[in-house]
Design a protein around this ligand. Structure first.
Ligand SMILES: NC(=O)c1ccc[n+]([C@@H]2O[C@H](COP(=O)([O-])OP(=O)(O)OC[C@H]3O[C@@H](n4cnc5c(N)ncnc54)[C@H](OP(=O)(O)O)[C@@H]3O)[C@@H](O)[C@H]2O)c1
Length: 252
């Protein structure tokens, strides 16, 4: 059995649950380096050691695991960060390092889930949303906006964390810059102020950005949700930071 003293963790983060795990590991005396992609100009930093920026593909991640003498790799990236997740599985195998995924539960089990329209790809999301409303609220993240920019003549409200570049979205759209956590009351006010009549999101899961779902329900606004992409095989999945600590200590 591995003891905490011998353990050295590379933690792929950029999420609230990764920050929570970093804090737990630091408290438990487990050496950990958190890795962030570097997409956000003022990221919320986890406690402990942090590195920022891509690794340069699978080869770079293998090198980083070896250079850091890492004994374990934890992928706690966002459920939609499939590229990083795929690299994590491949790099861990090549470096001979065990890997686990820490993933927040999705919204499939949310009490309101059955009232939403679920779609497996972005074009189906756009189609469903266009059929349901005239004034959509896009909360699916900047990387998804290209699937909706043909809505040049609609009053679209979009929320992103970082400012968009000029021309990224049609001039008619309203862009708000903000990041969670949000309250139900504030989300209700935002939806009402912009007369939103359909909410578009993806199954990020967790509580951090879930207030909009309750707010939409209260206002009778339909919700369209992009389902989670499939996980690459070869990576066990845990949903709680404490379970990852147990896994690191070799306990089931
Ligand atoms: N996708 C979302 O909706 C979303 C939402 C909230 C937060 N995030 C966070 O934002 C980051 C980027 O997400 P994404 O969807 O763009 O990822 P992605 O498409 O899966 O990854 C693209 C590339 O970005 C680099 N990268 C991603 N996560 C990294 C990390 N934690 N540390 C170092 N490099 C990383 C890797 O570059 P190299 O190949 O050069 O190593 C990866 O190949 C992730 O850390 C994720 O947790 C994503």
């Amino acid at each position: 059995m591995q003891t905490a003293g011998e353990t050295r963790v590379l933690l792929l983060g950029g999420t609230a649950e990764a920050r929570e795990l970093a804090a737990l590991l630091v408290d438990a005396g487990v050496p950990v380096t958190s890795s962030l992609a570097g997409r956000v100009s003022r990221p919320r930093l986890p406690v402990g050691e942090v590195r920022i920026g891509g690794f340069g593909g699978v080869d770079g991640l293998v090198d980083a695991l070896r250079a850091g003498r890492c004994t374990h790799l934890v992928d706690a990236t966002h459920p939609f960060a499939v590229g990083m997740r795929t690299h994590a599985v491949q790099a861990a195998e090549r470096a001979g390092v065990p890997v686990v995924r820490l993933a927040r539960p999705g919204w499939r089990e949310h009490p309101l889930a059955a009232t939403w329209t679920w779609a497996d790809d972005w074009s189906a999301v756009a189609e469903a949303a266009a059929a349901l409303g005239e004034r959509p609220f896009l909360t699916s993240g900047r990387q998804t906006l290209g699937h909706f920019t043909h809505w040049e003549d609609r009053d679209v409200l979009v929320r992103v964390v970082e400012p968009l570049a000029p021309g990224d979205v049609p001039a008619r759209w309203t862009v708000v810059l903000d990041r969670g956590p949000f309250t139900v009351e504030a989300e209700e006010r935002l939806l009402a102020e912009h007369r939103v009549d359909v909410l578009v999101t993806k199954d990020s899961g967790g509580a951090y950005t879930a207030a909009k779902l309750e707010a939409a329900h209260r206002l009778g606004v339909p919700v369209v949700v992009r389902s989670r992409p499939a996980s690459p095989s070869g990576m066990p999945e845990l949903s709680r930071a404490e379970d990852v600590l147990r896994w690191l200590r070799g306990r089931p």
